[in-house]
Design a protein around this ligand. Sequence first.
Ligand SMILES: C[S@@+](CC[C@H](N)C(=O)[O-])C[C@H]1O[C@@H](n2cnc3c(N)ncnc32)[C@H](O)[C@@H]1O
Length: 189
Amino acid sequence: MFSTRFTQHSLVTEAHKTIRCYQATPKITVDATMGNGHDTDFLACHSETVYAFDIQKAALNSTEQRLQKTNRLHKVHLIQASHELMQQYLPGSEKVDVFMFNLGYLPHSDEAIITQTTSTLLALESAINYLSPTGIISIMTYPGHNGGKTEMDAVINWLHLQSNECAITHIHSQQETATSPHLFTLVKQ
Ligand SMILES: C[S@@+](CC[C@H](N)C(=O)[O-])C[C@H]1O[C@@H](n2cnc3c(N)ncnc32)[C@H](O)[C@@H]1O
């Protein structure tokens, strides 16, 4: 199933609200793109353990500082590795309740270091294998930057391939322009 809806909230807020609605008490969660740690901190606030990935040391430093301030660092594994390698770091015995992907580049940093279509799709494949039967994956895509539209189209194609076994929602901002981000959620059905 592939459905569409619109939101008046920012898509970051909408991702958090949707995850909270769907998974009230997640245990294990993954932030596949840690960045400055806003999503990691959100996940740490609502789950027991977070595995957070980023390829850039600057992202780990920024997230560590944020988690120290919020006193949630003890709940988070900060992992400097590409997300398609997540299976090397996740506990093999447990399923994951929430995956967050917020693609693109680290804000206020080198805009050339961005998520790449091939590794993004490999990471999504891993995520769906690790997802608990009641889990949710959220994916924020940014068509406005170099390579972002190609990556978003590849993600949409991948989501269509899952739509026989999963419920996919494409969430648009009400103020959407050609360069606005798009949010997708996937749950098993
Ligand atoms: C838009 S930011 C994420 C924002 C973040 N979730 C937050 O709440 O601040 C995208 C991040 O993805 C990271 N990234 C790029 N390629 C990656 C990869 N292969 N694996 C993991 N992270 C990657 C970038 O370094 C960047 O920090």
